[in-house]
Design a binder for this molecule. Structure first.
Ligand code: GLP
Length: 244
């Protein structure tokens, strides 16, 4: 679906999430959201905060699982995804802190495998993801599933691609300060979500959007593994859709 303005597309995504939260609350159920970081979803979060403040949308029944976190990474570091999510969403809504889950960038390397398995189990215990929000990186990654990720991958430690670290460089005063690794949900973790919405804005994303949407399903473009998801919507602005 192509929107003229990314702001309008972001509002449409926020409204869908809000409707889901309300429907689940009405049915006295938890709403399990898979959330993403990066610049692309920021306006979705802005709109959800506005809906909370101005229209009484409650996050009391919301459980969240974020896609990824740099490794190693302190939560107090302003470049952590923990920090990002609190700054853009969690600090401004009535979500129970116990319902917030992100991969933990502070743990010892030796404990990472167990942590990743625990993360998968926690998602399953909550009945799986009702909704997964995604951006896309220029390498074709979703979460931090870099090229080479296979379609059955689960939450794990991965090595970031050069281009991903270049793109994150400005946040870290240069790419050499960008962590070389991250913990990310896998492609299979994401594909199990009952609803997936991928957002991409701007001309820089046009080539990768084209290969991910129209190219063959291949581990060289991990986002292409979403093509056969039965409840996926890709929301683009004019620039991001210009190579389709
Ligand atoms: C990071 C995140 C991804 C995100 C991507 C694109 O690598 N781990 O989840 O989709 O960046 O970021 P942006 O939305 O800023 O272009």
């Amino acid at each position: 679906e192509v929107f003229g303005e990314s702001a309008d597309a972001s509002i449409a995504v926020a409204n869908e999430i809000a409707d889901l939260i309300r429907a689940k609350a009405y049915a006295r159920q938890k709403c399990v959201l898979g959330l993403a970081t990066g610049s692309s979803p920021i306006r979705v979060y802005d709109e959800l905060v506005r809906l909370h403040k101005e229209e009484g949308l409650s996050f009391a029944n919301v459980v969240t699982f974020n896609l990824d976190e740099y490794f190693p990474m302190e939560r107090t570091d302003s470049r952590s995804y923990w920090y990002f999510m609190h700054e853009h969403l969690f600090d401004h809504v009535d979500i129970d802190p116990q319902n917030i889950h992100l991969p933990d960038g502070r743990i010892d390397l030796a404990d990472v495998y167990q942590h990743c398995m625990d993360y998968e189990h926690k998602i399953e215990e909550h009945g799986g993801l009702d909704f997964q929000l995604l951006g896309i990186g220029r390498t074709g990654h979703v979460g931090f599933n870099e090229p080479g990720s296979n379609s059955r991958s689960l939450t794990r430690l991965i090595t970031l691609d050069h281009l991903t670290r270049v793109d994150a460089g400005p946040d870290f005063q240069g790419m050499n300060n960008v962590p070389t690794r991250a913990i990310t949900m896998g492609i299979d973790t994401i594909r199990k979500a009952r609803r997936v919405v991928l957002v991409a804005w701007g001309h820089k994303k046009a080539p990768i959007v084209q290969t991910a949407v129209e190219g063959e399903r291949t581990s060289s473009v991990p986002a292409s593994f979403l093509q056969d998801h039965d409840n996926l919507t890709v929301l683009l602005d004019g620039e991001a859709s210009s190579d389709l």
